[in-house]
Design a protein around this ligand. Sequence first.
Ligand code: RTP
Ligand code: MG
Length: 141
Amino acid sequence: MTATERSLVLVKPDGYSRGLTGEVLRRIEAKGYRLVALQILTPTTDMLHRHYAEHEGKPFFGPLVEFMCSGRVVAVAIEGERCIEGFRSLAGATDPTKAAPGSIRGDLGRDWGLAVQANIVHGSDSPESAERELAIWFPEL
Ligand code: RTP
Ligand code: MG
């Protein structure tokens, strides 16, 4: 099965502030995915409410939005064969303590001392999410 897809990757404020952006991009490129757009920004709460709409009402929603606009984020549009599922595999499980070694979150993620899981990266979870999220972060694409 082949399908060239695009996905949205975010290096979250913990990843950016710890200087892990290069490491995340290295792993994406080493896997064979292309970087098609990249932007460093401090997101607005409006963008984050749209981005995380599926989580509205959950107990971690407020702390998540607060965490995500607490510093700079690197938004990256990537492209490649089945890169949506592929990047989710590179990222590893949501909880960095449970994420497998070898994955970005398993190797680099820390979740202690924070109200939300500071897990370094976000990756779109389906073609529908990718399309919706790319329109928020890269409306020009
Ligand atoms: P993401 O959307 O960031 O790629 O992560 P994900 O699909 O693995 O996780 P998701 O369920 O979509 O949750 C979004 C983000 O919310 C934070 N979170 N904290 N119980 C908690 O403390 C909790 N649950 C979720 C994480 O930052 C997660 O990545
Ligand atoms: Mg998610």
